[in-house]
Design a protein around this ligand. Structure first.
Ligand code: FAD
Length: 457
């Protein structure tokens, strides 16, 4: 048996929050080890946010050239998927390199291999290049993330469907991609591949896509997708799959119809990576869905053992995992920052872009909160007009009695960035009138905020 190497802090998995905390501790002279299966920088950089946004950028260029009709020969322009693939790889490789340099500079011990707990805070690592190491920390952190679920549909697994991992590595365009799942990942990938030139069918079991959003938002998304030729089928379940993804596939749906395609991409939920990492030996409990149980300090059921990011049930965004780092940095220093009541915004990188912070109209109604609602079509925003892109709207939810902004949703250009301005106002507890009367440079998309809040009774 290999001898036990002692550290002050050990990390299983190097996701966003974990790597950030590990670097910080190491820079402060602590003895830190990070056990990572091989994705330097975690999944965001290697197989998720970064490659998907690089792919979406290429898809946007292709769409713009085709739709704006200002270049001669635009209709004959052909996509070079090998170049798209090369760009995605370059972006990913560049960010991996930046991360590797930052890891090296911080001085933590990066152990490349697959780890599992064999005792509280003790991890056995099967090294990628052979051999085993045993590391133990005074504190242990679990940041192993999630992976794509493959729904239990007869024939689906045998069809060898793609997940985001394989789809983002394609260097040949699918002729006809069938996306299973109409959540954020499914929507981004469906529109990107359609814009690159694939036929795309999106199958969503729920009655609407992006079910967390208000109906007017999802109606607008579905209309925009239909206009671009994405065949969105909602309220239908795949019942049986035949064929092989990458060749030909056939999917029987619960409404009696059949979709024929060449590739399948599953984007139907995420599974926490907790089943094979020795959590029993670590004394760490999981909930009914397999996520690690934590309190609002991110402490698990085992002493000095903490969980970070998606595996801890943190909302599935990189910036949320990063905020877990802030919580733990405070907790380790005896501070009081927790996950309670944190305001986590998000963006969905389709067009029109979706940005959201705080409550939407349906959530306010469910909670029985009396609100005033303001809505402004993007066509009323001068910059949206000069950009030739007037799809979507802004929508604000304001407390009926106090003038406090409770939430903001936007569908339109730069929505994710505009959300940040409203988020600042919400955190600063500014009344909506402060945003209404803010002097905003003309013509910016965020100028729409003046117009939006002026509409409130
Ligand atoms: C296609 C896609 C697009 C996305 N786009 C966005 C976006 O635009 N914006 C956004 O905010 N979020 C996005 N997300 C979500 C985002 O990627 C995650 O929320 C984010 O990466 C945080 O992950 P994490 O910190 O929980 O762990 P991860 O980054 O997933 O890290 C977990 C790490 O643990 C390692 N690991 C697992 N098990 C072991 C083991 N036994 N031994 C050693 N190492 C192990 C893995 O190799 C991995 O590096 C996207 C996700 C997907 C799938």
């Amino acid at each position: 048996m290999s001898s036990i190497e002692k550290f002050e802090y050990v990390f299983l998995g190097g996701g966003k929050g974990g790597k950030s905390l590990a670097m910080e501790l190491a820079r402060n002279g602590k003895r830190v080890a990070v056990v990572e299966q091989g994705m330097i920088g975690g999944s965001c950089i290697n197989i998720a946010c970064i490659p998907s946004k690089a792919l979406i950028r290429s898809a946007r260029i292709a769409h713009t050239v085709r739709s704006q009709k200002i270049l001669e020969g635009h209709a004959d322009a052909r996509l070079d998927m090998k170049q798209v693939h090369r760009f995605v790889r370059e972006v990913v490789d560049g960010m991996v390199e930046v991360n590797q340099k930052a890891f090296d500079a911080s001085g933590f011990d990066l152990i490349l291999g697959t780890g599992r707990f064999v005792a509280p805070r003790r991890i056995e690592v099967t090294l990628n290049d052979g051999g085993v190491r045993m590391v133990e920390g005074e504190h242990a952190f679990i940041n192993t993330g999630t992976y794509a679920a493959v729904p239990d549909v007869p024939g689906l697994r045998q069809a060898d469907p793609m997940t985001h991992v394989e789809a983002l590595a394609l260097d040949r365009l699918p002729d006809h991609l069938v996306v299973i799942g109409g959540g954020y990942i499914g929507l981004e990938m469906a529109q990107a591949f359609r814009r690159l030139g694939s036929e795309v069918t999106l199958v969503q079991e729920a009655p609407r896509v992006a079910m967390r959003e208000d109906q007017d938002v999802t109606d607008a998304i579905e209309a925009a997708f239909a206009e671009e030729g994405v065949d969105v089928r909602t309220h239908v379940k795949p019942l049986r799959v035949t064929g092989q993804s990458g060749q030909t596939v056939s999917i029987e749906l619960s409404d009696g119809s059949t979709v024929n395609g060449t590739h399948i991409l599953v984007a139907a939920g995420r599974v926490p990576r907790t089943y094979d990492i020795g959590l029993d030996a670590a004394g760490v409990e999981v909930d009914a869905r397999g996520f690690i149980k934590t309190d609002e300090r991110l402490a698990t059921s085992a002493p000095n053992t903490w969980a970070i990011g998606e595996v801890a049930g943190t909302p599935m965004f990189t910036h949320a995992s990063f905020d877990d780092y802030r919580v733990l940095k405070s907790q380790l220093a005896g501070g009081h920052v927790t996950t309670k009541d944190r305001l986590i915004p998000y963006a969905l990188f389709i067009e029109p872009e979706l940005g959201r912070v705080g409550l939407n109209e349906s959530e306010a109604k469910q909670k029985g909160i009396e609100v005033r609602v303001a809505k402004l079509p993007m066509a009323a925003v001068p910059r949206a007009r000069t950009n030739g892109d007037v799809k979507g709207f802004m929508k604000a939810i304001v407390d009926a009695h106090s003038d406090q902004i409770l939430g903001f949703t936007m569908l339109g250009q730069n929505a994710g960035d505009v959300v940040t301005a409203v988020q600042m106002a919400m955190i600063g507890k500014l009344p909506y009138t402060a945003v209404r009367d803010l002097i905003i440079a003309h013509p910016l998309i965020s100028e729409g905020l003046n117009l939006l809040f002026a509409k409130l009774p």
